[in-house]
Design a protein around this ligand. Structure first.
Ligand SMILES: [Zn+2]
Length: 335
């Protein structure tokens, strides 16, 4: 659990590290250092080296698509594929990204767009407001040694660790888009990747996207689950799950998961006649009706708060509790 630093905490820690290093290193050696570093390391988290526009093709186009897909503006299950071809959908996504970040909206990805993307990416390949630790497998004291063997890693899943990590990174970029659209409120993740053994121990679904690194159980500060789901639908989250008795949303990238072809279709909640989202058992999702606040993590108020299940619109403190609570024991086979 030590590695599960909260999003808020991670942002603060990073900023103070940067400030400290600038203060400690004299200017002249800093210049020398920059020259040396520039000689062997890329200037950006991803080294985009040419302007990308409609018709461009290649690995760099796919890297761009990975980073802006969450901005493709349609929320009607029109897919923007990560296909290495800068098509009209890629252009629309770039335009929406540029509009949000106050850039010239021309649908052409050049230095100004790359600069913002660079700011949103950490050198270790995670995104600015998420970190690997949040997506690696949890440790759960009620699971055995085999299930916990991969705690803190992307190992033991249905795909190689590298692939699971790549999938988690794709998911981070979509969540960055949700976060930005939701007023830059932190999103707390309490379950990302799970090894096969671990998923089985906590009662996850037999074909859970979590075993591929393509899923995250999450809540957002100051934003209701319902609103967050609306944002997710406009951010290319192809799998969206919610629960009548649990206070989190499950988001995944099942359309992008080529290793689980049986699930490569949009999966969003069904709605009832009142327009409420329904969970897999046909009951209104948590927060869709007032009484739902009473359901959830056991009957005691203390346990609900500990797991971040207290409020319809969670506070920062509640999200932190949710993140550190880890897996929800009564998840059943929901996801
Ligand atoms: Zn889930």
């Amino acid at each position: 659990m030590i590695s599960k630093v909260t999003t808020v905490g991670a942002e603060t820690a990073k900023m103070s590290r940067k400030r400290a290093s600038v203060r400690l290193v004299p200017i002249c050696s800093l210049v020398l250092l920059s020259i040396l570093v520039a000689a062997w390391a890329p200037a950006s988290a991803y080294p985009f080296q040419r302007v990308l526009r409609r018709g461009s093709r290649g690995a760099d186009v796919k890297a761009l698509e990975t980073r802006v897909a969450g901005w493709y503006p349609r929320g009607d299950q029109t897919r923007m594929a990560l296909n290495r071809i800068f098509g009209l959908r890629t252009k629309r996504a770039v335009e929406a990204f540029q509009a949000h970040y106050g850039l010239v909206v021309d649908g052409i990805a050049g230095p100004a767009t790359f600069k913002v993307l660079d700011r949103l990416e950490n050198k270790n390949g995670s995104t600015a407001h998420f970190e690997w630790g949040e997506f690696k497998q949890n440790f759960n004291s009620s699971c055995g040694a085999q299930a916990n063997a991969y705690a803190g890693t992307f190992g033991g899943g249905m795909v190689a660790p590298r692939r699971a990590k790549r999938n988690a990174r794709r998911l981070m970029w979509r969540l960055e888009a949700v976060r930005a659209k939701g007023g830059r409120q932190p999103i707390g993740v309490n379950s990302g990747f799970r090894s096969v053994e671990y998923n089985s121990c906590i009662g996850g679904a037999a074909l859970s996207q979590h075993m591929y690194g393509t899923a995250a159980d999450n809540r957002m500060v100051a934003v209701s689950n319902r609103t967050e789901r609306v944002l997710a639908k406009r951010s290319q989250l192809s799998g969206i799950g919610c629960y009548s008795s649990l206070s989190h949303n499950h988001f995944d990238l099942r359309l992008d998961n080529a290793d689980l072809p049986a699930q490569r279709a949009w999966w969003w909640p069904q709605k009832d006649s009142k327009g409420r989202d329904l969970d897999a058992t046909g009951r209104p999702c948590w927060g869709e009706k007032k009484r739902a606040a009473k359901a959830g993590y056991g009957e005691s108020r203390a346990s609900r708060e500990q797991a971040g299940g207290g409020n319809l619109v969670p506070t920062e403190r509640e999200i932190q509790a949710f993140e550190t609570a880890g897996e929800v024991s009564e998840l059943g086979s929901a996801d």
